[in-house]
Each structure stands twice: as C-alpha cells, then as structure tokens.
Design a protein around this ligand. Structure first.
Ligand SMILES: C[S@@+](CC[C@H](N)C(=O)[O-])C[C@H]1O[C@@H](n2cnc3c(N)ncnc32)[C@H](O)[C@@H]1O
Ligand code: SF4
Length: 453
C-alpha cells in the first residue's frame, strides 16, 4: 500500500466541477455570455426539475486554522442585515433575467457559518427569496450549522421554512487537535444540536469529520468515530484534510507542518475510519461520504442518480444552479460563473445594479463530454465512451496513461469503458486527472491543488 501512496499522492483537484476553476478560460468568458447561457438553461429546464440555489453566508465568529472555505471573521452581528439585503438585491437581478417565475427544487445555505445569522434574519432572507419564486415538488432545503451556535430557535425557524437537512462541522473530538485548529467544541454541544434537530423534525443530520489534521492519531480518530456512533448521524462526510495555506493565507498557519500526519499515517486514518463506518452500517458514497441505507444519498447512489457540484455530492440534479453571495459559483451546465471573493467587492457590484460575476468559463462541446465522464467517475466509479454523445477524441492517449493503474489493480477496462475497483476508490481523483484535458494541456507551474491522498 505504501508504494501506491508514494506513487499516487500528487497535487490534484477534487472535481467539484469540470473544468476545475484554475483551468477556466476567463478570456473567452463575459458577463453577457454568462447571461445568455443562463437564460438558455432556464428556458430548457422543465418546471418539474426546477432550479437550485446556493447561498453563501460567509461570517464566522472565530477562525478555525485549518479552514479552506471563503469566510470573514467578525463578532459584529451588525453585518447581518446589510449582507442579506445585498443577497436579496442580487436575487432580484437574476429574477429580472428569468422568462417566468422560477420553481426552486434545492436550497443550500453554506458558509462560513449560516447559523452566525439570527433566526429572524434567516427568515427575512428566505421570505425575500420566495417573494419571487415558488417551491418545486420534492424540494430539498439544507444548511451547514456550527454546533457551537446552532440554537433551538434556529432549527425551529428553518424547519418551518422547509429545511429538513443539516450538516454540522465536527472535525475531531480530540482536545489536542481541537486546540491546534482553534476550534474547541465539546461533544455535548454536538449532541445537543443533533438531538434538537431530530426532535424538531429534521430527517437528515450529517456530521463533517476530517482525517489528516495536525496531531491526529489512530487512537484519537477511533474515539472520535465512537462518539459519532453514539449520535448515529444519517450521513458522515469524511474529508481528507486539504492543506492549502498558499491560498488561504495565515488562517492555516496555526500549527507547524511537522504536526501533520505523514501521507501513510493519513491513509491509515482513512482506512480505519472506513472500516469502522462500514461496521456501523454506513455505505461509502463516491469520495468522502458515508450514508445509512435509508438516506437519500445512498438511494441515489444505488439508482445512479447521484450528482456532484460545488457543494460536493447531491442526491438530485437540476440543470441550473444559481449561486448567491460572496464567492458563490453558479452553474448553467453550459457555463460557470463566480462572484467576487471579498464582501466589499461583492456588495459594491450588486449595489451598482450589476451581477457580481468576475470570472467564469463557457464549456466547449469537448468540455461537456469530459464533464460527463468525470461526473460518472466521481459519482458511479465507472464510465463508458460508447456512442456519439460520450465519444472521446484522444481515448488511446488516456488508455496509455491508465496502464499503470491497471497494473496496480486499481481499475479495469470494460468494453468501451472503465470501472474503478474498490481498491481504486481512494485514487478516483487520479483516474479523473487522466481525463482532464484542460489540465494536461496546461500543466500548472506552481502548486494549486491539495494532495490527492
Ligand atoms: C463551512 S464549514 C461547516 C459549517 C460551519 N462553519 C462549521 O464550521 O461548523 C464546511 C466544512 O468544510 C470542511 N472543511 C473546511 N476546510 C477544510 C479543509 N482544509 N480540508 C478539508 N475539509 C475542510 C469542514 O469539515 C467543515 O465542516
Ligand atoms: S470551519 Fe466553519 S466556523 Fe471554522 S472558519 Fe471555517 S467556516 Fe468558519
């Protein structure tokens, strides 16, 4: 196993999009092209399918030193109302582009910390959204909550607004790890937040855990998983720690590189975690996720309807996803567009009556085909290039790049396709990289991705 780790532990994308953000062709992108593809996508999507909304709520009261999310640290809650007013202004700018009143199938409140906002302000946000939109059948509303500040009032308000899914950031219960990442969070807080969500009627509670954090040990990880077991979350995200200090600045420098487990130790933490989750009745979903059998994520994996977007895996797919808020990414299937990354720049553009989109990518015909293959691999661990719509021009080149993985027992070819074997699951990002034409043709000069293991 150690040889494989050394061989395949290279910087690589997590494929929440294809092409990945560093390989977007910003030169051929413009706000006007974004609006055109956005409108095309809206007109094509049928009413039943609806649209998805991602709303980024960036504020957190304290900085966790491992965090790679776009966040703004402040204790000033006076930022809440102006931020929500801006998001609603942005929503109105999009509403004016729709040819009819939209139906919303999915809403995800992400962050930062959505529960930084008061229940009243979250209600103001949702009321403002539904002033111009209806709810689609089978809708799913979800949010990310911080166990230290999610109150019963938050949960009740969000339940009344239709939210049924919540994921809590847990990371690790070991106090030494918690201190190193500046996130002291007692088990009691997670227990209370989990139990209250269930009592109120949330049907899916998920916990985020991370392996590869500073000072993490096998023993500590086993204890964290045993404590997780006691609360029986419906889903568990088991993320590989992405160490990307060059992107996020000082936030990740609250500990030394020597405090991090080695790639081999990190793999061991993952293997032990996976073994324990499976023993507890969870099924591994794609990459990073485990779910109980009743959970819709497991059901979609079974039915081959699992999807992956900027938030990670989702159990359903809409062609159009509108991202509101600072740094949010929208996806029309034919194009991606990202909002300004600082609160000030974001607010400035929206208040001048303009969308805040500052970069993006229009997908070529070839991109659209590669996007489907990468989605197939990330969601179903297999893909097929049978038929015109899935045809790959340079398949022989890809096959040569995959030869080593065949020899290492990680994948196997089927007729006009390939299957990632169970042994190959931890290396699925490496498999996708061989299909990533944009990256292969434009090899980066400096590190832009975290390591694959
Ligand atoms: C926006 S946070 C969750 C909500 C809330 N802010 C909290 O911390 O509880 C989303 C999740 O991303 C994951 N995450 C953040 N930075 C990461 C990193 N560098 N590597 C791996 N996972 C990370 C964490 O598991 C975190 O819970
Ligand atoms: S992990 Fe959550 S609370 Fe901590 S800084 Fe990141 S977004 Fe904020």
């Amino acid at each position: 196993m150690n040889n494989l780790i050394q061989k395949y532990n290279i910087p690589g994308p997590r494929y929440t999009s294809y092409p990945t953000v560093p390989f977007w062709d910003n030169d051929s992108f413009s706000k006007q092209r974004w609006i055109e593809t956005f409108q095309q996508s809206f007109d094509e999507s049928n009413e039943e399918e609806g649209i998805s909304l991602y709303i980024h709520l960036p504020f957190c009261e304290a900085l966790c030193t491992f965090c790679a999310c776009n966040k703004r640290i402040t204790k000033q809650h006076s930022v809440e109302v102006p931020y929500i007013d801006t998001v609603l202004k942005e929503w109105k700018l999009y509403i004016d582009l729709f040819s009819s009143r939209p139906k919303i199938k999915e809403i995800h409140l992400g962050g930062g910390t959505p529960t930084f906002f008061s229940p009243e302000n979250l209600k103001k946000l949702m009321d403002g959204i539904f002033e111009y939109a209806d709810v689609a059948d089978g809708y799913e509303f979800s949010l990310e909550g911080h166990p230290n500040n999610t109150t019963r009032e938050h949960l009740q308000m969000l339940y009344d607004l239709g939210f049924r899914r919540i994921s809590y950031g847990v990371q690790d219960y070991d106090l030494k790890v918690q201190k190193a990442i500046n996130r002291v969070q007692p088990f009691e807080n997670v227990k209370q937040a989990t139990e209250e969500a269930r009592e109120i009627g949330f049907t899916s509670v998920s916990h985020d855990l991370i392996f590869g954090l500073p000072h993490q040990t096998l023993e500590g990880m086993t204890e964290t998983i045993n404590l997780t077991k006691a609360l029986n979350p419906d889903r568990i995200s088991f993320y590989s720690y992405a160490h990307v200090p060059w992107i996020k600045g000082v936030g990740q420098r609250g500990f030394q590189d020597e405090d991090l487990p080695s790639p081999e130790q990190k793999r061991e933490l993952y293997e032990e975690g996976k073994r324990m989750f499976e023993e507890m009745g969870y099924f591994e979903i794609g990459m990073d996720h485990f779910a109980l059998e009743h959970d819709s994520m497991y059901q979609s994996m079974k039915n081959h309807t699992l999807h992956r977007n900027f938030m990670g895996y989702s159990s359903s797919k809409t062609q159009l996803m509108v991202g509101l808020g600072v740094s949010s990414i929208s996806d029309s299937w034919y194009s991606f567009a990202q909002n300004e990354k600082t609160v000030e720049e974001y607010e400035k553009s929206i208040h001048s009556g303009e969308l805040s989109v500052f970069k993006g990518h229009i997908l070529s015909e070839e991109d659209l085909i590669m996007r489907k293959h990468i989605l197939n691999l990330m969601c179903n661990l297999e893909t097929s290039w049978e038929g015109e719509k899935m045809q790959i021009n340079n398949i022989e080149r890809i096959k040569i790049m995959l030869e080593d993985m065949i020899d290492d027992g990680l994948i196997e070819f089927k007729e006009n396709g390939l299957i990632v074997k169970e042994e190959g699951r931890p290396y699925v990002r490496n498999v996708c990289m061989t299909f990533d034409k944009r990256m292969i043709d434009n090899q980066p000069e400096t590190r832009i991705f975290s390591m694959t293991i």
